[in-house]
Design a protein around this ligand. Structure first.
Ligand code: CP
Length: 306
């Protein structure tokens, strides 16, 4: 059985298959309207979510399947002390596939070892968010036309931002990718990512503190929210939360075809005035999340002819 726990669980050719399938779904969604008839997706969300949970649910409904689940730990028996292992054993008999978000890093991996249905990591702590990565790759592939030969700026909370960690892991497998990592010292990427992913793969990258200085070099700017929920004290969060605010003035430094991505939710890091700029594609990116999750569900249920 195949699970999706880390972005590296999918080979580059499997990624291509999913992105191509998502592209075909966009062109002809009606063709896929009943392919998961009779199948059930469980969404087990121990942490808040708008896009990931609802786009998973929309994806399964678009495929003709059904959905069940919970949207907070408090409304599940986790509040009574039930383990992830016991929960997934039970859910395995209620659904055909599940998407799990959990504040603890590694919880979906633990679940996958006890599960008899495919488990999709829908975000585990500050670690990984592989289906956001699929969403990001589809956005880049469609709107930029390529996944190689790119200079990608990541800006904001690169320490706790799991979407950043997953996308870096995925992009290093493509040719001629350069990263510009823009953050305050306290929010730099984790050491394991620098040493085991960037250095180990001889990837070109630099770490800077001023966004404007590097804007003209970027093909993509991936803005991120400072992850309040991962901070140990509020003072640090308040000090760092507005480290970077992208506004129309800063956009003047960017290439005419640079794209601004953001996994959302946004707080202050992109001024709403930027939304009107055609290079701001974060709402389109959220829309693409439905199609790529449709493709992923189909792929993971393939063996069961869904
Ligand atoms: N991008 C993302 O994971 O958004 P949600 O937290 O709303 O699911």
């Amino acid at each position: 059985m195949k699970h999706l726990i880390s972005p590296l669980d999918l080979s580059v050719s499997e990624l291509k298959e999913i992105l191509d399938l998502a592209g075909d779904i966009i062109l002809d969604p009606g063709k896929y309207a009943n392919v998961c008839h009779g199948k059930k997706l469980a969404t087990l969300f121990y942490e808040p979510s708008t896009r990931t949970r609802l786009s998973f649910e929309a994806a399964m409904l678009n495929l003709g399947g059904s959905v069940l689940g919970f949207s907070s730990a408090d409304s599940s028996s986790a509040a009574k002390g039930e383990s992830v292992a016991d929960t997934i054993r039970v859910i395995s008999s209620y659904a055909d596939i599940c998407a799990m978000r959990h504040p603890k890093e590694g919880a979906p991996l633990v679940a996958s070892t006890y599960s008899s249905i495919p488990v999709i990591n829908a975000g585990d702590g500050g670690h990984n968010h592989p289906t956001q990565t699929l969403t990001d790759l589809l956005t880049i592939q469609i709107l930029k036309g390529r996944l190689d030969n790119l200079t990608v700026g990541f800006c904001g909370d690169l320490k706790f931002g799991r979407t950043v960690h997953s996308l870096i892991n995925a992009l290093v497998r493509y040719e001629n990718i350069n990263f510009v990592l823009i953050s305050p010292d306290e929010l730099k990427i984790p050491t394991y990512l620098r040493e085991e992913v960037l250095d180990a793969n001889h990837v070109s990258y630099k770490e800077v503190k001023v966004l404007e200085e590097v804007m003209p070099q970027l093909d993509l700017l991936y803005m991120t929210r400072v992850q309040k929920e991962r901070f140990f004290n509020e003072e640090d969060y308040i000090r760092l939360k507005d480290s970077f605010i992208l506004d129309t003035k800063k956009m003047e430094y960017a290439k005419k075809d640079m794209l601004v991505l953001h996994p959302l939710p946004r707080v202050n890091e992109i001024a709403t005035e930027v939304d009107k700029d055609p290079r701001a594609v974060y709402f389109k990116q959220a829309e693409f999340g439905v199609y790529v999750r449709m493709a992923l569900i189909m792929k993971l249920l393939e063996d069961e002819s869904c």
